[in-house]
Design a protein around this ligand. Structure first.
Ligand code: AMP
Length: 214
């Protein structure tokens, strides 16, 4: 089980999409799971919506409940977690969940990107409403404007990618998630990755350290 750690806009989802598929790794984004729940109008979605709109974190017990359900349904932990865990309580909860499945955290990759690059990436980000593929108006445009290259669905700008919410999300990251860097470094699990460049370069740095046996 691998964790991709880094601020919003660091490219966790984009690089995860490159790393999954062929080798059996699955990309699990709690943000995507929550957006689906909001779209479906499920009880979790109704609870999460207001937090997401403000760029605040959804309560830990809601997130851990979602992850527990997902693990129970899949029974497979070859996950690349993107956007989870985001707090110390989630990291500790994840350890407990994995222990119940006879698994553990194998590696944590910290994607480092300067703040001005993060802001530019988030402001230009476009996401497919249908399949979740991620694009950027300048760095990774779709072939046809507004149409997903992968599935042909419509692309849109996430409502929380507006300037005010982006600033809050970056602050929330610094306040609540950055402490996980020390948490995982102390356990010898942390790999620091320069993620300011092309996504392929980020992928190669991660791929070099992925546990070979998995
Ligand atoms: P993301 O797609 O990872 O940027 O997540 C979008 C939003 O979903 C965040 O701003 C939070 O409101 C919420 N969210 C996603 N993952 C988590 C998590 N692990 N813990 C708390 N909130 C989360």
């Amino acid at each position: 089980m691998i964790i991709l750690l880094g601020a919003p806009g660091a490219g966790k989802g984009t690089v995860a999409a490159l790393l999954t598929g062929a080798n059996g790794w699955r990309h699990v984004s709690t943000g995507d799971m929550l957006r689906e729940a909001v779209k479906a109008g499920s009880p979790v979605g109704l609870q999460a919506k207001a937090y997401m709109e403000k760029g605040e974190l959804v309560p830990d017990d809601v997130i851990l409940g979602l992850v527990r359900e997902r693990l129970a349904a899949d029974g497979d932990v070859r996950y690349l977690f993107d956007g989870f865990p985001r707090t110390r309580a989630q990291a500790e909860g994840l350890d407990r969940l994995l222990a119940a499945f006879g698994a553990r955290v194998d590696g944590v990759f910290l994607l480092e990107v300067p703040r001005e690059v993060l802001i530019d990436r988030l402001a230009g980000r476009r996401v497919c409403r249908q399949c979740g593929a991620v694009f950027h108006v300048r760095n990774m445009p779709t072939r046809v404007e507004g149409v997903c290259d992968r599935c042909g669905g419509p692309t849109y700008q996430r409502p929380d990618d507006n300037e005010a919410t982006v600033a809050n999300r970056l602050d929330v990251y610094q306040r609540q998630t950055e402490e996980l860097i020390g948490f995982y470094r102390a356990r010898g699990l942390l790999h620091v990755v320069d993620a300011a460049g092309a996504v392929e370069a980020t992928r190669d740095q991660i791929a070099a350290h992925l546990p070979a046996a998995m």
